[in-house]
Design a protein around this ligand. Structure first.
Ligand SMILES: Cc1ncc(COP(=O)(O)O)c(C=O)c1O
Length: 396
């Protein structure tokens, strides 16, 4: 009998970490590996934000904060949501957590009963399905493909809803596809969900600012679903603060209270120094962060041009976030130099071992025919990585 619970045994390790660890091991063994696995900006935290953290330490912000976060931070979030998203949330509707990841888990824990269903437009971020398992739920996948920029339609959504559906969970901008939903598309989705008041939408907007294709719209801005929506966002991606672990949820009052209850028994308030620094970050003019977005945009165009010439890759032009998610079906079922390629995880491992480039197979994103490359890396590494892959695959 396993000493580990059935619940935990149902969970998988994140494939992103599996591949990045393997790449790290190869590097430690002296192999020149380029890793395009991790979803984190390669920029430093802006100096102003660092200074706010030094000040917080000197001002002795060293005690527990309120469970949902300092009031001043929740006020800054409330103002940000108004300024950038035209959303009205009082500080009592906001819960600050240890990253957006915890915010999502708080909401799922708050609303899910055993056997409830969560609709996941596929491809989805790797942790969603695992979190659903952790709270005793069942994921219902709506499959999409590169032909529709990996987006679902309102019609597909309607068909996937059952009396057990409790949550619709998606990211827009999307990790891994790099697509985002337009206002029109979101309105059609909102109209469907509004007809099913038992459903809560978890709208993960962590890549909000990394968008080169249009303006970001939050589904919570459609009044018919405001009372049914949890908006998730945080500091990790826009401010390059992945290690500072600050995310937040903005919810209707009933759900915000429930998140506060969950977090109060699990982790208490998030790190106080990072919370204080986040106030400064959120009060910065978004234009001060444009240099990062411009850089990502440049790299996106560079990689797209190089990737188009790689044999067997079908890729679209991702309009947001910092990922490419090419379809590599061409290689599935083939034998490459003695390696059987059953799915894109096998293919990602093949590229790591034969081209010394690490990426992540699409299996854990729900798309076994695609692979994910992060372009949060230097231009030099991106060029070299695409060159190595092309050279390796040209022979097949
Ligand atoms: C779609 C998505 N949501 C949430 C997160 C987690 O963000 P955080 O660092 O705030 O926990 C990530 C991180 O990769 C992500 O890609």
């Amino acid at each position: 009998m396993s000493k580990i619970s059935d619940r935990l045994n149902r969970l998988s390790y994140s494939q992103t970490f599996v591949m990045s660890n393997k790449a790290r091991e190869m590097k430690a063994a002296g192999i020149d590996v380029i890793s395009l696995t991790l979803g984190e900006p390669d920029f430093d935290v802006p100096q102003k934000i660092k200074q706010a953290a030094f000040d917080a330490i000197n001002e002795n912000y060293s005690h527990y904060s309120p469970v949902p976060g300092f009031l001043e931070l929740r006020q800054a979030i409330s103002e940000k949501l108004k300024r950038d998203n035209n959303l009205t949330y009082k500080p009592t509707q906001i819960c600050v957590s240890n990253g957006a990841k915890q915010s999502i888990l708080n909401v799922l824990t708050a609303v899910m009963n055993d056997g409830d269903e969560v609709i996941l437009p596929t491809p989805y971020w790797v942790s969603y399905d695992e979190m659903v398992k952790l709270v005793g739920g069942k994921s219902v996948f709506i499959k999409t493909s590169i032909d529709t920029e990996f987006k679902i339609t309102a019609d597909q959504l309607e068909k996937a809803i059952t009396p057990k559906t409790k949550v619709l969970l998606y990211s827009s901008p999307c990790n891994p596809s790099g697509s985002f939903y337009t206002g029109e598309e979101l309105e059609a989705i909102a109209n469907v969900i509004a007809r099913h008041p038992q459903i809560t939408i978890i709208s993960d907007e962590i890549y909000e600012f990394i968008n080169y294709g249009g303006s970001h719209v939050s589904i919570a801005s459609f009044p018919q679903v405001y009372e049914q929506t949890a908006v998730i966002n945080g500091m990790s991606k826009a401010f390059a603060m992945t290690g500072w672990r600050i995310g937040y949820s903005a919810c209707p009052e009933w759900l915000a209270k429930a998140c506060d209850k969950v977090q109060g028994q699990m982790t208490s308030g998030a790190n106080t120094v990072a919370q204080r620094a986040s106030i400064t970050a959120l009060q910065m003019d978004p234009s001060e962060l444009q240099y990062m977005i411009r850089e990502f945009h440049k790299r996106r165009d560079l990689v797209f041009d190089l990737m188009k010439n790689i044999k067997g890759f079908t890729c679209n032009l991702p309009k947001s976030a910092f990922y490419f998610f090419p379809d590599i079906s061409y290689y599935i079922g083939k034998n490459l130099n003695g390696t059987e390629i059953k799915d894109s995880d096998d293919f990602a491992m093949f590229l790591l071992e034969n081209a010394n480039v690490a990426c992540v197979g699409g299996v854990s994103f729900g798309s076994p025919e695609c692979i994910r490359f992060s372009y949060a890396a230097s231009e030099k590494d991106l060029k070299e990585a695409m060159h190595r892959i092309k050279k390796c695959l040209d022979q097949f």
